[in-house]
Design a protein around this ligand. Structure first.
Ligand code: SF4
Ligand code: SF4
Length: 147
């Protein structure tokens, strides 16, 4: 990876390792979201996709995720151009797409994944799997991230 590539290389010109390194592993994109029918506003829940290992904060079906979960977000430059709002404000892809800088807790700056947990960004241990929640009860699981 090029040195401090996130500061100078456009998203569309990053190599695959650079692109992957932007993901901080927070799993915020793996929670079920509810969309307000009137305003299109998105609301996050603390309910995770059935394929997320909620304790390790890792996808257990990463290679075949698009087949298993058709609405799993496939983050690409084209996706960012159209639907970046579907990613949380804290997501590095959204931050760079919007011209913002990475946060100090991002592993590329801190040098450790632990900083994502320490900053309260990681969803590790914070979520319940969708297999344990009835769809009618999702509104009881709305959460609001302060950042
Ligand atoms: S929200 Fe962004 S940084 Fe967090 S896991 Fe998803 S893609 Fe990675
Ligand atoms: S399939 Fe994997 S990456 Fe996609 S939402 Fe589910 S846990 Fe997240």
């Amino acid at each position: 990876m090029r040195e401090r590539f996130w500061e100078s290389v456009p998203l569309a010109e990053m190599t695959a390792p650079e692109w992957e390194a932007l993901c901080d592993g927070c799993a915020r994109c793996c929670v079920i979201k509810l969309e307000d029918e009137d305003t299109a506003e998105l609301h996050y829940t603390d309910v995770a996709c059935r394929y997320l290992d909620c304790e390790r904060c890792r996808c257990t079906a990463y290679a075949e995720r698009s087949e298993k979960v058709p609405d799993c977000l496939q983050v690409t430059p084209a996706f960012l151009a159209q639907r970046s709002r579907w990613l949380p404000q804290s997501c590095a892809y959204r931050q760079l797409h919007e011209g913002r800088s990475l946060e100090p807790w991002h592993p590329l700056l801190s040098g450790t994944a632990q900083s994502v947990i320490d900053a309260g960004i990681s969803m590790r241990g914070e979520l319940v799997s969708e297999v344990l929640v009835h769809p009618d009860d999702l509104e009881d699981h709305l959460i609001n991230w302060v950042r």
